[in-house]
Ligand binder design. Structure first.
Ligand SMILES: C[S@@+](CC[C@H](N)C(=O)[O-])C[C@H]1O[C@@H](n2cnc3c(N)ncnc32)[C@H](O)[C@@H]1O
Length: 246
């Protein structure tokens, strides 16, 4: 790769593409969950829990090697394995890790038991990586509920449980040609927390191009990687990828 494909989508397997790219400020990864969803061009079905967990471990290693701050959005059933892998990396290379909870509304209704209403989001970062908590301040309860004069007018830095709605079929941001997508508001918080305008982000599993779209709006550079040519073509039709698909 001679020239850096900034603000483009690269069609390929992220584990093959990523090592050809430079180290960046932040990488985001929202891999398929091994739940048999109907994606274009590949089977979301690994032969066993162990083989999927091993693949996820490779994703974490590759993302961490190539970034200062690595975010992984994953299904709660892999939590114990992810926590163990993160602790191993922390011990091995001295990085810090934290688990966030994306608490969502509009989850699937389960009549026989309580449904799932959250998704863990892992952050692993190099010891010297800088975060921007002031960029993600939210109105505090002191401000909104109690009109308390002592409240900081700038609001407060949120805790580690983040509430954002899932992207429903009726939402304007929904791309119906893809089986799922993350909400732009959630991605915006992650990008603002980790980056300044002009920084470079990689999305290892671009899907509908949510990270590219949000980065474009925030003035942050982004390279998306996506294995499906069809999804790449759909993303490239949108204006936020001015140079399209490579
Ligand atoms: C869960 S979706 C990502 C959705 C995305 N976060 C969004 O908001 O639109 C996972 C995506 O990863 C893609 N994918 C699967 N395996 C891949 C691989 N090895 N390298 C790159 N992309 C891959 C799938 O085609 C799918 O579009």
């Amino acid at each position: 790769m001679n020239e850096l494909p900034i603000n483009q989508i690269i069609c390929g397997d992220c584990l093959e593409v990523l090592p050809k790219l430079p180290k960046v400020k932040m990488i985001f990864a929202d891999p398929p969950d091994n739940l048999g969803l109907k994606y274009d061009g590949f089977e979301d079905c690994w032969p066993s829990y162990e083989s999927y967990a091993k693949w996820l471990g490779r994703i974490i290693g590759a993302g961490l090697r190539q970034s200062q701050i690595f975010w992984l959005s994953y299904n709660v059933i892999y939590q114990s394995m992810i926590v163990q892998t993160s602790a191993d990396f922390a011990k091995e290379i001295g990085c810090g890790w934290r688990q966030f909870i994306w608490r969502f509304t509009f989850g699937q209704h389960n009549k026989s038991d309580c449904g799932n209403g959250y998704r863990p989001i892992l952050r692993i970062m190099q010891p010297n990586a800088k975060l921007y908590p002031d960029a993600i301040r939210v109105p505090s309860k002191r401000q909104t509920l109690y009109n308390d004069k002592r409240a900081n007018p700038k609001g407060r830095v949120p805790d580690d449980v983040w509430e954002f709605s899932r992207v429903c079929g009726t939402f304007k941001e929904r791309r119906k040609w893809h089986p799922n997508q993350h909400p732009e508001a959630l991605i915006e918080r992650i990008v603002k927390f980790s980056c300044k305008p002009g920084d470079l982000v990689i999305d290892m599993f671009a899907g509908t191009g949510t990270v590219n779209r949000v980065c474009k709006r925030l003035g942050v550079n982004c390279i998306g990687i996506e294995i499906s040519k069809f999804y790449c073509e759909q993303i490239a039709k949108e204006k936020h990828i001015p140079d399209g698909l490579i």
